[in-house]
Design a binder for this molecule. Sequence first.
Ligand SMILES: [Zn+2]
Ligand SMILES: [Zn+2]
Ligand SMILES: [Zn+2]
Length: 167
Amino acid sequence: MYKLSKSISRLRIKCKNETHGCAATFPLSEEYCHSSACLFELVPCPHQGCGAQVLRRELETHAQCCEHWRQLCHMGCGTLLSLQTQGQHNCYRQLRQDYEAQQQTHRAIAAALQRKMRKMQNTMAHMKRQIGLICESLEVMDSQEEVENVGETSSSSSSSSSSSSSS
Ligand SMILES: [Zn+2]
Ligand SMILES: [Zn+2]
Ligand SMILES: [Zn+2]
């Protein structure tokens, strides 16, 4: 049994990608190893959204015309390049553009905040006026009550102070 399995594993088989042009033969045990590296294996294009099935050996040629090819700038500026933008990409120009765009959004945010602040200040001033009016009317009511209270106490005790305040 051991011998049999050994001879099976030694049996050389043809690559399943023979139809694509692979002429390799190898022991059965190495099939997985071969197919994961076989240049004639159909593999999906690694670029997101492409979905093309390409022979492994043609991946590079495909990448040169793949619409979905994306790669971060190798200079490290953080820009995701496509085939269209890759040719004219200039890190410095890109960074300056990004910076200016950011400045613009910051300015827009600052302006919006200022508008909001002004609105709040207006509301606060309005509320202050309202509160002032309420306070005034409360004071009027208080002094009226005081007058009434003083009048009541003066009527019961009839002191000299009440007569001066009522006149
Ligand atoms: Zn192969
Ligand atoms: Zn592709
Ligand atoms: Zn760059």
